[in-house]
Design a protein around this ligand. Structure first.
Ligand code: ARG
Length: 460
């Protein structure tokens, strides 16, 4: 006969392949602490409202604590026959403390139990991710501070556009990761809602005190509809979307690291400890960590789509489909967490090669806009100035020189508005220093942005 905790109405044993197919223990075992924490809160509440005696509740709590230690030590064997983490904990409890253990599930279902476990898990995952985003912002701010004056060719269309500073570029990522962190903090408010009490879908006949459980578990609100409580997974969708956006940012940074380290670009060097070699080419030092961050970012985005598809068109309330949410969500969290942790360790060792960046900035007529702005200050309408400088660029290109290498006579021939003072605006340093307003790339502004970021981070 069947030994399932739900086996009463079954005459025959479960098919072995069905057990394998329906089991989730391989994935949801990582929820054991949350599951036990929520069960302890539930048992205590049941005693407070008189459904359990104090003696029964404390036997349950002690048993659960012991199971937590067993699982942490790896001494509780897992089996597909017991489906998921909830059944493993409950059946071990009954094994340890006998019939009293059978009372734990009073007024509760695995449906509200698993939703509660996941919310507890997501809450702490958000806290871990935000701590990493915090560290990453610090690392980038420190790098920006070190490289506040370092000229980097700013690109659009991957073509040299205007000179910027490496520090300014780092601070752009600080802005992105700050918003990622804020988004997660915002989602956390909606995650931190207690589903327990919804039972299977309709609530329970026992006089439960849901606020008591919420307080024990640190939830700020109660789910206000039992059907929604057990079937909603939009708290996962929302966080997965936040992770997808974060992964976009990670992928862009990773791509830039790869590009900057490319042999023919060689703007930076990454530390040996974060690069790998080639099995055949002895000279190689490859930025594999950055490449994998770029690669895994796609996987994270894919998890968001997988979750959306999993949830779409599910009739209320709980469906077993939802069990699949965990593998999907855990993958997204794991990949982002690892990527963030690696960047936090790798980026402090990034070495810039200022002479390479400078040379590249000089090559692409990066100060052409500065010359046009100069002409505007001398009364030439911008659109005309644009055309004049375009001609100067063409001349410089024909001669194979930079704009600043054209003679004054050449420049004056192109426009009478040009005189010797034009040469100053053609320098890279002059160009960046001139963009001196909030948000601009002038080193003074980068330093101000760094100071603001440090102050904000210190207050977080
Ligand atoms: N393991 C399931 C999940 O993760 C919870 C079990 C609910 N099962 C059920 N037949 N109602 O969603």
């Amino acid at each position: 006969m069947t030994e399932k905790l739900w086996g009463g109405r079954f005459a025959a044993a479960t098919d072995a392949l069905v057990e394998q197919f329906t089991a989730s223990i391989a994935v949801d075992q990582r929820l054991f602490r949350e599951d036990i924490q929520a069960s302890i809160a539930h048992a205590r509440m049941l005693a407070r409202v008189g459904v359990l005696t104090e003696v029964e509740a404390s036997a349950i709590v002690h048993g659960l604590r012991r199971i937590e230690e067993e699982i942490a030590a790896g001494s509780l064997p897992f089996t597909d026959r017991l489906e998921d983490i909830h059944m493993h904990v409950e059946s071990r409890l009954i094994e340890l403390i006998g019939d009293v253990g059978k009372k734990l599930h009073t007024g509760r279902s695995r449906n509200d139990q698993v939703a509660t476990d996941m919310r507890l898990y997501v809450r702490s995952a958000i806290d871990r991710l935000r701590a990493l985003l915090y560290d990453l912002q610090w690392v980038l701010v420190d790098l920006a501070s070190r490289e506040a004056d370092t000229i980097l060719p700013g690109l659009t269309h991957l073509q040299v556009a205007q000179p910027i500073t490496f520090g300014h570029h780092c601070m752009a990522y600080v802005e992105m990761f700050r918003r990622d962190s804020d988004r997660l903090a915002d989602a956390r408010r909606r995650v931190n809602v207690l589903p327990l009490g919804a039972a299977a879908l309709a609530g329970t006949t026992f006089p439960i005190d849901r606020w008591d459980v919420a307080r024990q578990l640190g939830f700020d609100h109660l789910a206000e509809n039992s059907l929604d409580a057990v079937s909603d997974r939009d708290f996962l969708l929302e966080v997965a979307a936040d992770l997808g956006i974060l992964a976009v940012h990670l992928s862009r940074l990773a791509e830039e690291l790869v590009y900057w380290m490319s042999t023919n670009v060689a703007f930076i060097d990454l530390p040996d400890a974060f690069c790998t070699g080639s099995s055949i080419m002895p000279q190689k030092k490859n930025p594999d960590v950055a490449e994998l961050i770029r690669g895994k970012s796609g996987k994270v985005m894919g998890q968001l789509v997988a979750l959306l598809i999993l949830m779409k068109a599910q009739a209320l309330a709980y469906n077993r489909d939802n069990q699949e949410d965990k593998a999907i969500f855990f993958t997204a969290v794991d990949e982002v967490e690892m990527s963030l942790a690696l960047l936090v360790r790798m980026l402090p060792g990034l070495q810039t090669r200022p002479e390479r960046m400078r040379a590249a900035a000089l090559e692409g007529f990066a100060t052409a806009t500065d010359l046009a702005d100069y002409l505007v200050r001398r009364g030439v309408p911008f659109r005309d100035a644009h055309a004049v400088v375009g001609r100067a660029v063409r001349l410089a290109q024909e001669r194979g020189v930079g704009l600043e290498q054209l003679s004054l006579a050449d420049l004056e021939a192109i426009s009478p508005a040009i005189d010797a003072t034009a040469l100053e605006v053609l320098s890279l340093e002059g160009s960046v220093a001139a963009r001196n307003h909030l948000g601009g790339t002038a080193p003074a502004q980068v330093r101000a942005a760094i100071a603001r970021a440090r102050q904000r981070l210190e207050q977080e």
